[in-house]
Design a binder for this molecule. Structure first.
Ligand code: MN
Length: 259
């Protein structure tokens, strides 16, 4: 058995602290190949580059962290990583460790999560991992969590079509109360646009916001985080509402309604 091949990516960029902590934590589990955006691409969602060339640079940081910096999005990185850069199909794609949580509606905007779903679309199991901290994030505990889930995923596999979205809480002692299986909630940012004036007197805007949650169900992602648990949500990318499908299907004469 060859050692597992793990493709490591993120949306905070090749030089982020989180991806370094992640690669270092996985280095002895398998062969790691880093393919990450050359600059930060947070909140680009599942965007891909189709109108511009995508350039790749082979780069090295310290302690065996080496790989490819891509002038593109996280989804571009995963596509190029799997189809061009590595010469066998990776056993797993791991995306993160993101600076900031990816729960509720953020999941839709997240480049970190989209990198994982892109892998799943291409048939490779994937995990996204984020740390609920912005200021002086310490990735050491989240890296241990990543390590544990990667081991388990390599051993047991992940259901086809599913990416695991893992969020690690920020707690006073740096450790979580445990793991909790969760559902994607509806928490969202209450956004505001800071209006500013540039040196040439042009008005511009800078978006900022605060995560607001109306949830209290402990099985919802952001509630688990708030209660100090590592939130683990199985995500699928098929957006069909099965519930609504059944309901619409019961409309009388639905099939004959076409004008
Ligand atoms: Mn990010």
């Amino acid at each position: 058995m060859p050692e597992p091949l793990i493709l490591v990516t993120n949306d905070d960029g090749f030089y982020a602290a989180g991806i370094y902590a992640l690669q270092q934590a996985l280095a002895d589990i398998g062969e790691t190949v880093v393919v990450a955006p050359e600059a930060e691409k947070s909140a680009v969602g599942h965007a891909i580059t189709i109108s511009n060339p995508i350039r790749i640079s082979e780069l090295e940081r310290e302690n065996g962290f080496s790989g490819y910096a891509v002038a593109g999005t996280p989804a571009d990185c995963v596509k190029l990583g799997i189809k061009v850069i590595v010469d066998r199909t990776p056993d797993l794609v791991v995306s993160g460790i993101n600076r900031g949580s990816n729960v509720g509606m953020s999941v839709l905007y997240s480049g970190t999560v989209s990198a994982a779903t892109e892998a799943v679309i291409l048939g490779v199991p994937a995990i996204a991992i984020s740390l609920d901290a912005w200021v002086r994030p310490d990735y050491s505990y989240a890296a241990k969590v990543a390590r544990q889930f990667v081991r388990r995923a390599l051993e047991k596999g992940i259901a086809r079509g599913v990416a695991l979205n893992i969020n690690v809480p920020k707690t006073p002692n740096g450790e979580a109360a445990g793991f909790r299986l969760t559902r994607q909630g509806t928490s969202n940012y209450e956004e505001r646009f800071d209006q500013r004036i540039d040196p040439r007197q042009n008005v511009y805007y800078w978006m900022d916001g605060e995560l607001v949650s109306n949830e209290s169900d402990p099985s919802v992602d952001d509630v688990a985080l708030r209660e100090g648990y590592v939130s683990v949500t199985p995500l699928h990318y098929n957006l069909t509402s099965e519930e609504s499908f059944a309901e619409l299907n019961s409309w009388e004469d639905f099939q004959d309604d076409a004008p």
